[in-house]
Design a protein around this ligand. Structure first.
Ligand code: UD1
Length: 420
């Protein structure tokens, strides 16, 4: 298994171009199943989860073509299977996102039930209940969700609690071809959900209320393929900005949408950084400034994203004073804490709240994390820790950060990969 070796380098500087958003690309790739003609996607990041999604779509008979710019053309006009097997769902939970489009367009789907994962139990009951409300017959047999509908799904009034990102996306994709109007209440408002809705509307869907917590979907009879470019990855951008904050550097991220990071940028400012934005760049300047502790509560968008929690926790670990971070989305998302403690961080956890007492320095150690953002936070810690930090299980990183070593090299970080 590959490892990343990170060592302390001092200041970083320069620009980093941000890739397309993983969490928008995945539902949009699955959304291609809804179109009767080919779709061409651009700004899709080169990531393990994208490869897994393409493998899954190809296994169902979707024709996939890449051009020389790595744009992807997907043609779902001749599907041979409507099944997402255990082997693929097991490696990527987002595979559940084929359920809505398959059921909506073909009236049948068989999708392996995702299990729990490192950050919590992560059920999919809201996805299932919503589709049942639209008239689907859904059974769970031998670990598979077997869904059928007699003719088109029927529009329904669905309220989702708690707010769920992939749940909203799955039900949105089920509803676009349903008969009648569907209301999705307490819908997730994440920019990635809005990007999917804009993509579906371009294909001919009739979704209104984009960016609000009530999505209204008037079902249409068919959708056609389109050309579409995926939004930038706000979490990738936030992670590199956190690297700049931790190393007391000045860094610009380009090809981003600063509006998607509003509250995160506010927290960087509270932590002592100087932030300047243009329409599609963000510059963070932390030179000659000291890190201040910031209290954080994770919540659905537009509040503070759980996917930036681990990165801010490392910032707080090095800040001058005490802070708390409360994780309200996932029940077990502090696995980076014990690893950071091995690097010298002073953090205690009670329930869903971490109390962080800033220390002057961290020291390098072999570390391991069991989820994507936790792994990213360990790399950040390695950038300032004395000595070498060896981050094991790099495959988590490869699921979510495109060209991570190249991007870090470009801004002057010492980081290299060891392959077994
Ligand atoms: C998505 C993101 C992930 C992010 C998370 C929260 C993708 C591919 N992943 O994950 O990066 O951290 O949103 O912003 O977009 N829940 C239920 N029943 C359900 C569904 C969810 O109880 O049927 C609960 C979950 O256990 C969790 C909460 O709802 O406590 C939010 O989860 P959800 O928004 O569904 O996360 P994902 O969509 O899996």
């Amino acid at each position: 298994m590959d490892k990343l070796v990170v060592s302390c380098q001092g200041e970083l500087s320069g620009n980093i171009e941000i890739s397309g958003a993983k969490n928008a690309a995945l539902p949009i790739l699955m959304g291609c199943l809804l179109a009767e003609t080919p779709t061409k996607l651009s700004n899709v990041p080169h990531l393990m989860d994208v490869t897994t999604s393409i493998q899954l779509l190809a296994s169902m008979g979707v024709d996939v073509l890449f051009d020389e710019h790595l744009n992807i053309e997907l043609d779902a006009s001749h599907l041979t299977s409507k099944e997402a097997p255990y082997e693929l769902v097991n490696t990527m939970r987002a595979s559940i996102l084929v359920l809505g489009p398959l059921l909506g367009r073909f009236g049948e789907a068989k999708v392996s039930l995702p299990g729990g994962c490192a950050i919590g139990s992560r059920p999919v009951d809201i996805h299932i209940h919503g589709m049942q409300k639209m008239g689907a017959d859904i059974q769970v047999e031998q670990g598979y969700i077997i869904a059928k509908s007699n003719g088109r799904l029927k529009g329904a009034d669905i309220s989702m609690t708690p707010v769920t990102v992939t749940g909203t996306e799955n039900l949105l994709m089920a509803a676009v071809l349903a008969e009648g109007t569907t209301y999705l209440r307490n819908a997730a408002r994440e920019p990635e959900v809005t990007d999917l809705a804009e993509f579906l509307n371009k294909m001919g869907a009739k979704i209104s209320g984009l960016g609000t917590s009530t999505l209204v979907i008037e079902g249409v009879e068919r959708l056609s393929g389109v050309e579409y470019s995926v939004i930038p990855d706000r979490i990738e951008a936030g992670t590199y900005l956190a690297a700049a904050a931790i190393t007391k550097s000045k860094l610009t991220v380009t090809k981003v949408n600063p509006k998607h990071l509003s509250i995160v940028l506010d927290k960087f400012t509270e932590a002592g950084a100087d932030i300047t934005c243009t329409a599609n760049t963000i510059t963070l300047d932390m030179r000659n400034r000291s890190l201040k502790p910031v209290n954080i509560v994770t919540d659905p968008y537009p509040l503070f994203p759980t996917d930036m929690q681990a990165q801010f926790l490392v910032m707080n670990a090095l800040a001058d004073g005490e802070s708390t971070i409360q994780e309200t989305i996932f029940e077990n998302r502090f696995m980076h804490v014990s690893e950071l403690a091995r690097m010298g961080a002073d953090i205690s956890i009670e329930g869903n709240t971490a109390t962080i007492r800033g220390v002057k320095k961290l020291h390098g150690a072999p570390v391991m994390a069991t989820d994507l953002r936790a792994s990213a936070s360990l790399i950040l810690a390695g950038l300032v820790a004395e000595g070498e930090t060896i981050v094991n299980r790099v495959y988590h990183i490869d699921r979510g950060y495109e060209l991570i070593e190249e991007k870090f090299h470009k801004i002057g970080a010492h980081i290299y990969r060891l392959s077994d």
